[in-house]
Design a protein around this ligand. Structure first.
Ligand code: 5GP
Length: 237
């Protein structure tokens, strides 16, 4: 497999074509951003940590029978993935209230959500990733009804796998965002799963161990990501 030209460069990852039409290389950079790109910084080791973290989690998800785009780790910063036709929506599951739901609905951070709740957002930085519903997704042709159902089912299935995995490491999976795409007509998990796109709290102290450390200027961002990784069995060196 040969890496070819850059296809797209996002806020934290770049995507490259390969000599195989149905495969891409994801490069995890050290760039970190929040607030739709308004706050930016380079954090040493973050690309490597997120690349390895993502590969480990994608393998766990695949082992539970959920198809993902991840194929293999290529290097410290690169992974090989299947090329998906991405659906431009973000699927968020929340087990505990935090972040935007607290601002939108006036609920207190830390409230247990039983059952967990689900939200769709449009992937559009210029618009600030607005919250949308299933009718919007169908009316604007972003996905078909059966694919919307599948995204919901798969996002909750991931919750069952990951809540348990993080709890075994003494952490609470507060919420997370997933993105899906189509591969040979099937809805497949794409993008990444890392502490950049989820909230994880220490179970005892409720210390934040995720990107909220960057958003809120708490420091120790990559150190927290590595701590999370170590607690679930990832080796970084
Ligand atoms: P919230 O809606 O509270 O801002 O985010 C809910 C969850 O989804 C959080 O875990 C957050 O990290 C993740 N999330 C939402 N939108 C994005 C996004 O555009 N990029 C990343 N990396 N994560 C997101």
């Amino acid at each position: 497999m040969e890496k070819r030209e850059e296809l797209y460069s996002g806020k934290a990852k770049s995507v490259y074509t390969t000599d195989e039409a149905d495969k891409l290389v994801l490069e995890f950079r050290d760039d970190t951003s929040a607030f739709d790109g308004k706050k930016k910084e380079k954090l040493s080791r973050k690309g490597m940590v997120n690349n390895r973290f993502n590969a480990f989690i994608m393998d766990k998800i695949a082992a539970a029978g959920i198809e993902t785009h991840h194929i293999s780790l290529l290097s410290d910063h690169e992974s090989l993935v299947k090329k998906l036709d991405m659906i431009p929506v973000e699927c968020v599951v929340r087990n505990i209230a935090a972040g935007s739901i607290c601002r939108r609905l006036g609920v207190e951070e830390g409230l247990d959500l039983n059952p967990p709740t689900f939200e769709f957002f449009l992937k559009n930085d210029e618009l600030g990733d607005p919250m949308i519903n299933e009718f919007h997704i169908r009316s604007f042709g972003w996905a078909e009804a059966e694919h919307i159902e599948k995204m919901k089912t798969l996002t909750f299935a991931v919750n069952d796998v990951l809540k348990e995995l993080f709890l075994a490491g003494g952490m609470l999976l507060v919420d997370y965002k997933l993105e899906f795409g189509l591969f040979e007509g099937r809805v497949v998990l794409g993008d990444e799963f890392s502490p950049d796109g989820c909230r994880l709290w220490d179970q005892q102290t409720r210390e934040k161990l995720d990107k909220d450390r960057f958003r809120q200027g708490l420091g120790g961002v990559v150190e927290a990501y590595e701590e999370v990784g170590r607690r679930i069995g990832i080796q970084f060196d």
